[in-house]
Design a protein around this ligand. Structure first.
Ligand code: ARG
Length: 465
């Protein structure tokens, strides 16, 4: 396709140069955003009398035609165009003739691409939020079913204190709720309209920037043209939110992988979300979890790529910034791909409460409560810690659990023990006693689930999708 900027050149570009600098292979997915932006720009140009109203109407009609063809799947995107903007303008002029040449009045591709990417980032943020809402709904309903399911809580991956499955899952719910908020920030940051920045120094035409913002559903307009074309902070915010969300998914994936090992034995993934081995007939592998964990690295790479692209750029636009799109799209696509199967995978997985409780019982997770029991009988905590530790040591040697000890054995270590100790260190009691807000007691977790449900309903109500 002939270059729309060819006026000052004597020679055509080398095909090597064309191949190298062309972005249409990846920015063609911005075509809807580009067309919508152009429709708003052309409408405003007509209203302001900057171009004849008849031309404005023709342009808008032509662009709507391209949009309709695109939506119908009948638009052929000419990959020999340098980028999506050149393609759209050339396609328009080919369809409606001379009037099409007025579209680019008072605009540069620099503010045009900034606009397109902002529109896309807003849509992407809203879509990720919707997927997170679905994941949260699944976590909350699983949590509701398991407020009494005892399991060991860990530190250093060593059994620490008894908790419940609901409590553990709700820790992840907190992370994903923060992610929803973070994507809300990404949306808000992208929600500022840059058109009117021109190439870098604004424009001499009397554009109505607020009108364009209104037509496109933006909340505000950018306040400095140079920043308007050279700012990609909103993408970095999106990528940072994406990287953080992937990190959360990766941690959850790691736990599901651990729990579904023979050694833990507390979870069985549904056959529909596992894979087999070509050689070992017994294998059932948690590939979706592993892939999610693995893809987290590549999303971190996308974030780092964009931060690095931006770090040495003098103001204003530089072609380096064309590198933003592949990182952005890759991170977005990757996160969506990971989020899609997750709710179903969790819903269909079988948790094994008996194995969890047994694991908690055999792991001395009630040793802190044993010490606390003695504190209740008046002993200083440091001494009580020592007594409990000595009893754990005895049990380790004898292959027993604390609850297997007799009262006489306990009293041999410390005469303050009485018959009520067994009830006090039952796993149920240990969990029930941790009833402060934010603790694992069933009632405290039920209240936390309730708060999360209320929050989620409000989020859904105000969603941008
Ligand atoms: N394809 C370019 C990009 O993605 C569009 C902006 C081009 N601007 C320019 N002055 N060459 O950044």
């Amino acid at each position: 396709m002939a270059k729309l900027w060819a006026g000052r050149f004597d020679k055509p570009t080398s095909t090597l140069m064309d191949d190298f600098q062309s972005s249409i292979s990846f920015d063609k997915r911005l075509i809807r955003c580009d067309l919508l932006g152009s429709i708003a720009h052309a409408t405003m140009l007509g209203e302001q009398g900057i171009i004849p109203m008849a031309d404005s109407e023709k342009i808008v009609q032509g662009l709507n035609g391209i949009l309709a063809d695109y939506d119908a799947g009948t638009l052929t995107i000419d990959l020999s165009a340098e980028d999506v903007h050149m393609f759209a303008e050339a396609e328009l002029t080919q369809r409606i003739g001379e009037a099409g040449k007025r579209l680019h009045t008072g605009r540069s591709r620099n503010d045009q691409i900034a606009l397109d990417v902002r529109i896309y980032a807003k849509e992407a943020s809203a879509q990720v939020q919707a997927l997170l809402h679905t994941l949260l709904e699944t976590l909350l309903s699983l949590a509701k079913a398991h407020t009494h399911t005892i399991m060991p809580g860990y530190t250093h991956l060593q059994k620490a204190q008894p908790v419940t499955l609901a409590f553990h899952l709700m820790a992840y719910a907190q992370m994903f709720m923060r992610d929803v908020t973070r994507f809300g920030h990404a949306f808000a940051e992208a929600d500022v309209m840059p058109l009117g920045s021109g190439a870098l120094a604004g424009t001499t035409y009397p554009l109505n920037r607020e009108r364009v913002a209104e037509l496109l559903g933006f909340s505000a307009v950018t306040d400095n043209a140079m920043d308007g074309v050279s700012d990609r902070d909103f993408l970095i915010t999106f990528l940072a939110a994406t990287a953080t969300c992937m990190m959360h998914l990766s941690r959850l994936s790691e736990e599901l992988i651990l729990w579904s090992t023979n050694e833990f034995g507390t979870l069985t993934l549904d056959d529909a979300f596992a894979t087999g081995s070509s050689i070992m007939p017994q294998k059932k592998n948690p590939d979706a979890c592993e892939l999610t964990r693995g893809k987290t690295g590549r999303v971190y790479g996308d974030l780092l790529a964009l931060l690095t692209v931006m770090k040495g750029l003098p103001l204003a636009y530089n072609k380096d910034m064309q590198e933003d799109k592949e990182a952005f799209f890759d991170a977005y696509d990757t996160l969506v791909k990971c989020l899609l199967p997750y709710p179903e995978m969790l819903k269909t997985a079988a948790f094994h409460p008996d194995a969890m409780e047994k694991s908690a019982a055999l792991g001395f997770t009630n040793a802190t409560d044993l010490a606390d029991y003695l504190v209740g009988k008046g002993m200083p905590f440091r001494d009580a810690h020592h007594v409990s530790g000595a009893l754990v040591g005895k049990c380790v040697k004898e292959g027993r659990a604390l609850l297997d000890l007799t009262l006489a054995e306990l009293q041999a270590q410390c005469p303050s023990f009485e018959a009520d100790v067994f009830e006090a260190i039952s796993l149920d009691a240990c969990v029930q006693r941790r009833s402060l807000r934010g603790g694992p007691a069933p009632q405290a977790v039920a209240e936390s689930i309730q708060r999360a449900e209320t929050w989620l309903a409000a989020q859904r109500e105000n969603a941008h999708t």
